[in-house]
Design a binder for this molecule. Structure first.
Ligand code: PRP
Ligand code: MN
Ligand code: MG
Length: 185
């Protein structure tokens, strides 16, 4: 039977570390957003695991919505172009929005989304990103709620994919190079 671990070279962030960080950020957000009826917006598909864990770690009532954005397609390098695969069902006008993201790589996805939500009239827009790759940033993003900084390695797990696979791994790990060797860009 094929095992997901067979394609993993190294674990970068454990399940326990992910859980601890999410609890820490949730405690902060409980304080900062008390009485504000925040709208959590998860960027699908990668943010789905982070949103599920994070929302359950919060004590304050929130609403949630989803936007499906893609910049990577099936490769390991960003195309630099954002495709809206599925839009929100909520009007963000006047709402205090907290974007939930799995990772900031070039920053192009979030730069686009933050501007778009402000254009639609959100009262405030902040970001929780579980992971950040500072070495790869091309645009500056103001991230109020930061998770872990990781080195410039292609990672999968906890929502992050390579060609749609490995999202269901419960930790963040470096994919074995054999998996994407011969990739066509
Ligand atoms: C990945 C990741 C972030 C984005 C980060 O999404 O989940 O949303 O790329 O990269 P950036 O900072 O360079 O824009 P992807 O486009 O792979 O779509 P997915 O979430 O459906 O996997
Ligand atoms: Mn994504
Ligand atoms: Mg992806």
């Amino acid at each position: 039977i094929a095992d997901i671990q067979d394609d993993i070279a190294e674990e970068l962030v454990s399940k326990e570390q992910i859980d601890a960080k999410i609890r820490e950020v949730a405690a902060q957000v409980d304080r900062d957003y008390a009485g504000k009826d925040p709208l959590l917006i998860a960027v699908l598909k990668g943010a789905v695991n982070t949103l599920a864990a994070f929302s359950q770690a919060l004590s304050i009532p929130v609403t949630m919505d989803f936007m499906s954005l893609s910049s990577y397609g099936s490769g390991t390098v960003s195309s630099g172009k954002i495709t809206v695969r599925q839009d929100l069902s909520t009007d963000v006008k006047g709402r205090h929005v907290l974007i939930v993201e799995d990772i900031i790589d070039s920053g192009i996805t979030l730069d686009w989304l933050i501007k778009e939500l402000k254009r639609r009239g959100a009262a405030s827009v902040e970001v929780f990103a579980l992971l950040e790759k500072p070495a790869r940033h091309e645009v500056h993003i103001d991230v109020k709620y930061k998770g872990y900084e990781i080195p410039d390695k292609f990672v999968v797990g906890f929502g992050l994919d390579y060609d749609e696979r490995y999202r269901n791994l419960d930790s963040i790990a470096v994919l074995a190079p054999k998996v994407y060797q011969g990739e066509q860009q």
